[in-house]
Ligand binder design. Structure first.
Ligand code: NAD
Ligand code: DAU
Length: 342
């Protein structure tokens, strides 16, 4: 069925992959992309859809009611029932350690503004994209299930947990038609090169040191971004309102192994590895039990790490202009070039 979707944060890593995927899998859906274009938002990710009929970009901030209203006005003009998929967030743990306030503002206050306007305007469904970091850290064994107690450790994780709780309150108090997803670490095209995999690929390509935190033995559960996007689409279309769905790849690796795989793939020496002071409060291990979304909604990852890590590395190698424009900051000029005169 044709839909009108407001996607927040659609110029970021996962949001842009999601918008590009919808153009392929649901070409008749109309999309309003509401994004503030922070350092992490890059319209160059979306050149393939920017002129597509039924796609509208709204430059706006989810913490500002008027901006969110503007996105709803655009969606209303496009017609049909409106649903929301909410990606917009401050997403980097290290930045949250330096300064927590932007995380409180966007992730908590911004989510509340979006909930309030969505409720006032009426939405069919609202998917809140959250993270496995709300569950805290695991020891050597065990997995996060949807019933694992919330125990976030970083300012980023705590702000995402607070946003999940505001969504929960809207569901419980107002019967708001929301669903929550909690995913493990994503990798793939268009990820901002501050996160582990694109940072290591970019540095290795330039023969720069690869900074590994602590002893490199922290473990993450890696999922290819396309698999995450397909899971979100499944939750949007088939998920039960009010439910939480964990999403993961069942694909655990210590960081140091990932870094070595990247060096091997690029034919670079392990002497580039540089152990640096650990991240304060560094979570030891994340691992997701995704049996609920598999058993109830029939979603499973389609890509193995062995397939998708090489694809990802090749993508960054082939997109050295994209990478260089981000690393130099030049990508920010794109908005002015494209939209300045409009
Ligand atoms: P990202 O940092 O790459 O992109 C965030 C996007 O949100 C950017 O386009 C940015 O401009 C936009 N944005 C930030 N503040 C905004 C505001 N106030 N108003 C409007 N737009 C704003 O993030 P990502 O890695 O794509 O993550 C997207 C979502 O998925 C986040 O909610 C994150 O918590 C969640 N998540 C990420 C991962 C991961 O591994 N990257 C895993 C699980 C969940
Ligand atoms: O688990 C989901 C989360 O995954 C998302 O909610 C976050 O938005 C996303 O950023 C990611 O968080 P992490 O902190 O796990 O990702 P990051 O890429 O920053 O780090 C991955 C691991 O690599 C972590 O153990 C820290 C380590 N690391 C990271 C960087 C940037 C290094 O050793 N060196 C580095 O330079």
């Amino acid at each position: 069925m044709s839909k009108t979707l407001i996607v927040t944060g659609g110029a970021g890593f996962i949001g842009s992959n999601f918008v590009l995927m919808l153009a392929e899998l649901r070409p008749d859906w109309r999309i309003v992309n509401l994004d503030a274009l922070t350092y992490a938002g890059n319209l160059e990710n979306l050149t393939d859809v920017q002129d597509k009929e039924g796609y509208v970009f709204v430059h706006g901030d989810i913490t500002k009611t008027a901006d969110v209203e503007r996105a709803f006005d655009e969606a209303t003009k496009l017609g049909g029932d409106i649903s929301v998929v909410h990606f917009a967030a401050e997403s980097h743990v290290d930045r949250s350690i330096v300064s927590g306030m932007p995380f409180v503002q966007t992730n908590i206050a911004g989510t509340q503004v979006l909930l309030d306007v969505s409720r006032a305007r009426g939405v069919e469904r609202f998917v809140h994209v959250s993270t496995d970091e709300v569950y805290g850290s695991l020891g050597d064994t065990g997995f996060f299930t949807e019933d694992t107690p919330l125990a976030p450790n970083s300012p980023y994780a705590s702000s995402k947990t607070a946003s999940d709780l505001m969504v929960r309150a809207a569901i419980h108090t107002h019967g708001f038609p929301a669903l929550i997803t909690r995913c493990s670490n994503n990798y793939g095209p268009y990820q901002f090169p501050e996160k582990l995999i694109p940072l290591m690929v970019a540095n290795a390509q330039e023969d720069k040191p690869l900074p590994v935190y602590g002893n490199g033995m922290n473990v993450r559960d890696w999922l290819y971004v396309r698999d995450h996007c397909e899971a979100i689409l499944r939750v949007l279309e088939k998920g039960e309102l009010g439910e939480v769905y964990n999403i993961g790849g069942n694909n655990e690796y210590p960081n140091i192994d990932i870094v070595k795989l990247i060096l091997q793939a690029l034919g670079k020496p392990e002497s580039l590895i540089t152990y640096v002071t650990d991240r304060p409060g560094h979570d030891q291990r994340y691992a997701i039990d995704a049996s609920k979304i598999r058993d109830e909604l029939g979603w499973e990852p389609r890509y193995t790490f062995e397939q998708a890590l090489p694809l990802t590395i090749e993508w960054y190698q082939s997109q050295d202009v994209w990478l260089q424009r981000i690393r130099s900051g030049a990508y920010r000029e794109y908005y002015a070039e494209q939209y300045g005169a409009r």
